[in-house]
Design a protein around this ligand. Sequence first.
Ligand SMILES: [Zn+2]
Length: 656
Amino acid sequence: MIDQETIQRITDAARIEEVIGDFVSLKKRGANHIGCCPFHNEKTPSFYVSPSKGIFKCFGCGEAGDVVKFLMKHEHYTYPEALRWLADKYHIEIKEEEQTEEEKQRQTERDGLFHVSEFAQKYFADLLYNDEMGRAVGLSYFHERGLSDEIIKRFGLGYCLDEWSDFTDHALKAGYSDTVLEKTGLTVYKEDTGKKYDRFRGRVMFPIYSISGRVLGFSGRVLSKEKQAAKYVNSPDSDIYNKSRILYGLYQARAAIAKADKCYLVEGNVDVISMHQSGVENTVASCGTSLTVEQIRLIKRYTSNVTVLYDGDKAGVKAALRAIDLLFAEGMHVRLVLFPDDEDPDSYAQKYGSTKLQEFLAAHEDNFIMYKTRVLLEDVKDDPIRKAELVSETARSIALVTDMLERSEYIRQCSHMLKVSEEVLSTAVARAMGAARQKAAEKDAEPEAQPSQQEEAPKQQIVEPARPLSAPPEVERHLVQLLLNYGNETLCQTFTAEDGSQQETNYSVAQIVVSDIRGEQLSFSHPLCQRVLEQCGLMVDMTGKVDTQYFIDSNDDALRTFCATVMMDTYSLCEESWRKKNIYPPKVEDNLLKDVTDSLNTFKSIRLAQMIEERRERLIGASEEDQMQLLAEIKHYSDIARQIGKALGFVITPKH
Ligand SMILES: [Zn+2]
């Protein structure tokens, strides 16, 4: 457990735009920073970070919260893990309170994996320079491949001695347990003999880093000529390492990717390092797996432009076709650079140097769909059936392109290449898009997995699934906004006292809003607005202040996202829609007091109109006695409404 005071110090120190900026490429816009949401797939940024309010909010998928919530969501940290991460970043010492056994266990396990991975990286890197074999075998290999000492150090490269269990023995001596060594896969335990050995023995080591620079695992390349040894061996998946969610080089490349707004995707680790050394630092590789959607989304946090670099051989390109379709489906702009036969980015850079490499990349970017069509067309020759297949295959690829203009350009160029009319191809594309939509709709319509007999809840407990809430009335939303953003601002109200003198009193915005609505015994019509109002009322009663953190921390997703959305809203939005309805435009900056009182009056007038209207409807068919009661109420509400109308300068009429 971390004590409250430390938590406060951590959250005070954490700057949300800095923290989120470690994971998402953010651009400053006005008071906010915006970027593409890391939690859903999007092309245009709708992810807002407000430094002054300390919250983030995605207007696409609704995800929202504070800096701790972000880390929990994004890095799958627990609450204490997120705090520890922040404490580490901002150099705040944590005074530990007693942890629960379960917390200790989990923390110790993950920490153990991180620690031993870091320990291993340092050990292997040390051997590379300070051990005779390390220098003779490992370092000379890297030097032969043209890597400088500077880049070797930047990527933390190392060497694992070709001995049975040198690393394992060393780690055990340093106090690491068999369990963590086995879990990270650094040590392999033979079940039958009980023997243990180093997984990576005799290999040069490429550590794999998380986006924040922690060592998660390794990729080891064999140097001996043994036929049966795999060229590359990677760490097995563990609690900290998941190969489908990691890109090799991303930690070193992320800033360059964001800056260039482009990411080069290559095949191998050495290609990545070689490209970096040649000054093309926006380069990553999918590591030990074919490209996954998760990896694409990692890239997408920084850019939506990907250029795929592949070896000249056709087998490599065909194997990559699926990955490219995947990139398109994720809304990426994909281009391709094909190297001449027998060359790859590494060998090309070696042979011709970095300037030539960069020139080559700039001159040979090709449009991938065109390329794919050309490659496949070579196989088709004049076979009409296979050509028809190719047309629909091409159409399926084009259908994945999300940008309409881009799509029609592809249709134009590909139809030319395939020697079919544009109409034929665009019809095929439309059909492919329709089929994809159909498939998506069917997937959505699939019923949820039925609970098994035993789990079925008793009848009376089955509740109607909550219908999605409609948007709140603007004025209620605006009052919630005033409560959350300005609730603790003090306003000075002047009034005439009984003796005729002018008196001043100070109230907070929240006090005024809460007591005014309570005083008229009104409530917000929208359930979320009403919950905020009630909660703020309680807070004002208890402490005199509104604590917005309560809403941002709420485990209720609907409440949390609603409040964050409202808090992030800019005034102009509100103003615009109010003006359309011929209601005055509120301007907080100009006059908070006027905004509060006018908003309250507007709210009351609308709400009163609703209540009057409701009672009018009930008049029909009511008993004489009820009618009298209703008419009295209507008169009562109308009187209040008239008073408010006078204050607002317009006449309130119920809707008919
Ligand atoms: Zn989102």
